[in-house]
Unconditional design. Structure first.
Length: 654
DNA sequence: ATTAGGG
DNA sequence: CCCTAAT
């Protein structure tokens, strides 16, 4: 999800920590402009948090983890949205909001006040009101105070986290035994306890299924109007311990005055992939927009991969895996663990409990899902909106998403486990696993999300269904056309799989969380924590690519393509890649003019190096020679041109 | 949207 | 191939 920039959280002084891939170069250049991609992902956490709350509220949503027939693992997220929550008071859908703010929480009163204080009309006004004042919050002062406040909040554990605690408490009361629990030998349990505030109310933070630490709202830089101010928090969506702090952060975040929302969208709407949710909120809040595929804001390429396959479109996962091999009757143990865990894990389920009771002898694997990252979506909300409305908005968005049929993906060692019928044992999900071995992620319902393969560049649709001669470019050989049009590359038809496997099993080293922590000097709101978290949970290394734009599949140029390229350049010269594209590769949709330019660049390079140094499919020397010749020629032409221009200018000056 | 370059 | 800056 992307809390679209419009939100100025008063962190002008903060910089988004450079992240691996997307910002490597930027980092080098010392520029952070437009480098928020990665962080946007972090915003997922916000959702995760909210979602977590939703999930915890059995009244609203009930996540269920089903351990199917002894060994089969079949995780499903069953979401039950009660009527209550939908019909709640007035038009504001407070029901959902209330999920966030529960009783006996100082915060809540505040939030609630905001919420209840609003009327439909007010909301409506906000949108329009926000129009003009979006440029006055960027003062440094604000940011500072914000930061300060944050710190302060951080230091007051008991004062924070109330919102959630209440929810958690609720969990404790669930009649259902908590199955997704865990008592990892030492790490987790001790950890959770340590984090639990003295306050009796603050039970189980660690068991709270959200990445509270990750609550980060990121700004979009590509937004013309954005101030560039961001509130990054983390760039890792992987589970992070010390939820408490996160909670505080959340509260802080939600309550922050600094954040503002640019009012660009007066009538934003929820465009859920599912669509069923849209109508409702659209009426209520004309300031919310949820985009499923396009929300992937920052990445231009995104649009090409918006329909990424289920495998790579999951919202990311952040979870924790704790195993427990104890054989226990579901009942007794469940209660125990429940109390121990303070109730809660993202999912509790009686199903599991029941199941287990039938399978007394089977060794049980306990899982505690720390959090779910929800697939990103975009939100725009007037800065004049109240915190309460923001909450609702997010809540609604989450609800919409969750309600649209998300699937749960299981990842082991960063790889997706697709064999639903395999047993945990077979799959390797056992107590022997390390804490970070298992992961869960929410992914769009395949049935609703068209399989990947960008429409425009779908290899499945052969580049050229109807091979047609290249226009103006007088073909030297017919084969050129053929090649270009049909793109005989054998692997194209496997693109889908290719991408998947790539995504699943080839986590880039640069995507490591370690890498991030290393570079987090840029000052995030959660420095130390990141480190800590990362240390505990190494990283499931889910290729960032899945979140960000997919890297295009590599498609080496064939000799015929090179031939065509050379020919075109010979005629058109360098620097006219668009024309080259149009003339020689108009039918090769996957070859952009940038690609051609790049290829030419490499060709020139290749031609200059010794044959021994060349790699890949050899290019006929003849072609390389032509490359050098053409390159030299056009370079000269270019030089001449420049010279002439200079001459002209000089003359004018004189 | 293109072009030019660095990575 | 990707990413950006500059057009």
């Amino acid at each position: 999800m992307v809390l679209q920039k419009r939100l100025d959280y008063g962190f002008n002084g903060y910089q988004v920590p450079p992240v691996p891939r997307a910002t490597r170069s930027a980092r080098r250049r010392g520029s952070f402009k437009k480098k928020h991609e990665e962080n946007q992902i972090c915003a997922f956490d916000l959702l995760a948090i909210v979602a977590g709350k939703l999930l915890l509220d059995k009244k609203k949503l009930l996540p269920v983890l089903v351990i199917h027939q002894r060994t089969k693992i079949n995780v499903q997220l069953l979401i039950v949205l009660s009527k209550e929550s939908l019909v709640t008071q007035n038009d504001l859908n407070l029901g959902l909001a209330s999920a966030l703010t529960k009783p006996d929480c100082a915060e809540r009163s505040n939030a609630e006040r905001l919420v209840s204080g609003q009327t439909k009309n007010e909301i409506g006004t906000f949108a329009s009101k926000a129009e003009g004042d979006s440029s006055e919050y960027r003062e440094f002062g604000d940011c500072k105070s914000e930061a300060a406040t944050k710190r302060a909040v951080k230091d007051e554990p008991h004062k924070s986290g109330m919102v959630q605690s209440s929810t958690v408490v609720n969990m404790c009361n669930l009649e259902d035994p908590v199955v997704l629990d865990a008592k990892p030998p030492a790490l987790v349990s001790s950890d959770s306890r340590a984090k639990v505030p003295a306050c009796g109310n603050h039970i189980s933070n660690s068991s709270y299924p959200t990445n509270q630490d990750d609550l980060h709202v990121v700004s979009r830089d590509d937004d013309e109007n954005s101030s560039g101010c961001t509130h990054p928090i983390t760039t890792k969506k992987f589970f992070r311990p010390a939820p408490r702090i996160g909670d505080r952060r959340i509260r802080k975040f939600l309550a922050s005055k600094c954040w503002k929302v640019a009012p660009r969208l007066k009538d934003a709407t929820v465009s859920n992939s599912d669509g069923n949710f849209k109508p409702v909120f659209r009426k209520r809040q004309n300031c919310y927009r949820h985009q499923r595929s396009e929300r992937i804001y920052p990445f231009k390429k995104r649009k090409h991969f918006a329909y990424s396959s289920p495998s790579n479109s999951d919202g990311g996962m952040s979870c924790e895996f704790v195993s427990d091999l104890s054989l226990k009757g579901s009942n007794g143990d469940a209660s125990v663990s429940r109390s121990r865990m303070h109730g809660a894990t993202g999912a509790s389920s009686s199903f599991a409990g029941q199941r287990t009771s039938f399978l007394p002898r089977d060794s049980h694997v306990k899982l505690r899902i720390k959090s779910f990252s929800v697939p990103e979506f975009l939100i725009e909300i007037p800065e004049s909106s109240t915190v309460g409305s923001l909450k609702r908005t997010v809540m609604e968005a989450v609800t919409a998403i969750l309600g649209s049929g998300l699937h749960v993906g299981v990842l082991l060692q960063g790889k997706k486990v697709r064999e639903d019928n395999k047993t945990l044992r077979q799959t390797g999900i056992s107590h022997n696993n390390q804490l970070d071995a298992l992961g869960f992620c929410l992914e769009p319902n395949p049935s609703q999300t068209p399989p990947s393969l960008s429409p425009g560049d779908s290899p499945f649709l052969l580049q050229c269904d109807t091979p047609q001669p290249i226009r103006r470019y007088p073909p030297t050989t017919g084969e050129v056309h053929q090649d270009i049009c049909a793109d005989p590359e054998p692997h194209v038809n496997n693109l889908g799989n290719y991408i998947e496997s790539d995504h699943d099993s080839a986590p880039s080293p640069t995507d490591t969380s370690m890498d991030k922590s290393t570079n987090s000097k840029a000052l995030v709101a959660v420095p130390a924590m990141n480190v800590e978290a990362l240390a505990v949970v190494p990283a499931h290394q889910k290729s960032k690519r899945s979140e960000i734009a997919q890297r295009r599949i590599r498609r080496p140029f064939s000799v015929t393509e090179v031939e065509a390229l050379v020919h075109a350049v010979e005629k058109l010269g360098t620097g006219r890649w668009r024309d080259v594209k149009l003339q020689a590769f108009d039918n090769a949709k996957h070859r952009t003019y940038v690609d051609l330019k790049d290829k030419w660049k490499t060709l020139v390079h290749t031609a200059r190096i010794s044959p021994q140094q060349r790699r890949g499919a050899p290019v006929p020397q003849e072609l390389l020679d032509r490359v050098l010749t053409a390159h030299a020629y056009w370079s000269q032409q270019q030089a001449k041109q420049q010279f002439k221009h200079q001459q002209a200018e000089t003359c004018l000056l004189l």
